[in-house]
Ligand binder design. Structure first.
Ligand SMILES: Cc1cc2nc3c(=O)[nH]c(=O)nc-3n(C[C@H](O)[C@H](O)[C@H](O)COP(=O)(O)OP(=O)(O)OC[C@H]3O[C@@H](n4cnc5c(N)ncnc54)[C@H](O)[C@@H]3O)c2cc1C
Length: 402
């Protein structure tokens, strides 16, 4: 389709979404108000509504569930068979929220949504269609069936607790930018990563947000010629002579550093100044590698990598020895605006793991990335969002039952 027509059809779609959003009237009262209609918020809304509550989901984007569309490169790696609280930054809290039935709960929920799935390497589960839209669409359909009122294009700008109930103020982000107020017996914070200004009024403490699951900026060799090269490696992240974390898999070299799933996972542990040690020939001993490189490096290493290492280290022997132990200095996260997850958020110690209700703000619940919980690549972050959404949604609805 020509670019101009594509732009027009995108603008038309946006106008249509805005018209639909503005047709939704935000009521003045609900049992449960969910702030954010992403992964965790949709599940929390569905579970609360299916438990008998009148639920309104306020979403600042033009439609709910948009964040799901970008996941897994548009395929949505929605859960992993090998869920383990130990994979997360806060294993004790995650373990207390997610019991042994975690995976069954998530799969049972999506089975009831009508989603079929397929398993790929390392326990990663994707929708059978390999389309993230399938996951988003089954959630939206179930939310509508359950009677959840989805109110997109509404940004929550303030939440206050008044006489045992929450007063939620939201503003239309598009169109007339009108404000509306909604009183709710329970409010579920599901606004994802980053700082939510309304947390301050609720007197909830937050840990500053920082990007994780993103590439790492590194120095140490001439990276420019390597931009775009993919190399199978073993990686070790080291600090003060000790290994902090290790990974293996394909590394995508960029002119600023390293990317790919293995680098993303290490970004959860890396600090500026750490050493990243790469074994570019994990299947060979140093002796085997040196013997194979006696006449040429090209038969052993990626040819561009061979050229870079030869230029840096002078001889084939030195180059191949460094390929077995290539040391880079970590400078920090890179492309952080495109990080998959933001570490930080609402401190978990303020919430009961059984209900995800705030100890000091009764009627306020939180789930998903709004809480200071993050896991590695592979479906672990969505798995947390689904499960914590279920726990918060159920508890929020139960609290308002007569
Ligand atoms: C490119 C990319 C790929 C990813 N791939 C995967 C993957 O394959 N598998 C995996 O497990 N994880 C993946 N993740 C991580 C995963 O998407 C998140 O962990 C998950 O979406 C978090 O769910 P959430 O509901 O807490 O937050 P979100 O899904 O971010 O939803 C929060 C919602 O709240 C809304 N919101 C925010 N503030 C307000 C406000 N003030 N008022 C109203 N609404 C508000 C936002 O618009 C958003 O819709 C990926 C992330 C990215 C960025």
């Amino acid at each position: 389709m020509p670019r101009k027509r594509r732009r027009e059809s995108r603008a038309q779609r946006r106008d249509a979404l805005l018209r639909d959003a503005m047709r939704v009237d935000v009521p003045s009262r609900a049992d449960v108000c969910v702030v954010g209609g992403g992964a965790a918020g949709l599940v929390a809304g569905i579970v609360a509504a299916e438990s008998g509550a009148h639920v309104v989901v306020l979403e600042r984007d033009l439609e709910c569930g948009r964040t799901i569309l970008a996941t897994g490169n548009g395929r949505c790696n929605f859960v992993n068979r090998r869920l383990d609280p130990a994979s997360y930054n806060d294993p004790v809290f995650v373990g207390a929220v997610c019991d042994a039935s975690w995976l069954d709960d998530v799969l049972g929920f999506f089975r009831e949504c009508g989603l079929a799935w397929a398993e790929e390497a390392e326990g990663r589960l994707y929708p059978l269609s390999r389309q993230a839209a399938s996951v988003r669409n089954v959630l939206l359909a179930r939310a509508r069936r359950a009677g959840v009122l989805l109110a997109p294009a509404r940004e929550v700008i303030d939440i206050r607790l008044v006489a045992g109930s929450a007063l939620v103020r939201c503003q239309e982000l598009h169109g007339d930018e009108r404000c509306a107020s909604l009183g709710a017996s329970s409010v579920v914070l599901a606004s994802g990563g980053g700082m939510a200004s309304f947390a301050t009024n609720l007197e909830l403490s937050m840990r500053a947000a920082s990007p994780v699951l993103c590439p790492l900026a590194c120095t140490g060799i001439d990276l420019a010629p390597l931009d775009g090269r993919r190399v199978h490696t073993k990686l070790s992240l080291r600090r003060d002579g000790h290994e902090v974390a290790r990974e293996h898999g394909e590394v995508l070299f960029r002119d600023y550093g390293v990317s790919g799933i293995a680098a993303f996972n290490l970004s959860r542990h890396a600090l500026a100044g750490d050493k990243l040690v790469l074994d570019l020939l994990p299947g060979l001993s140093v002796e085997q590698a040196v013997a194979l490189a006696a006449h040429t490096l090209d038969g052993v290493l990626d040819p561009t990598m061979a050229k870079v290492l030869l230029a840096q280290y002078g001889s084939r022997g030195e180059a191949v020895a460094h390929a077995k132990r290539l040391e880079l200095r970590v400078e920090g996260p890179a492309e952080s605006d495109r990080a998959q997850v933001s570490r930080g958020g609402l401190s978990t110690d303020q919430f009961s793991p059984a209900t995800l209700e705030a100890h000091d703000a009764p009627g306020v619940y939180a789930c998903g990335e709004a809480l200071d919980v993050d896991g590695p690549c592979g479906g672990f972050n969505l798995a947390w969002s689904w499960k914590s959404g279920m726990v918060a949604g159920r508890a929020a609805a139960q609290a308002v039952q007569p």
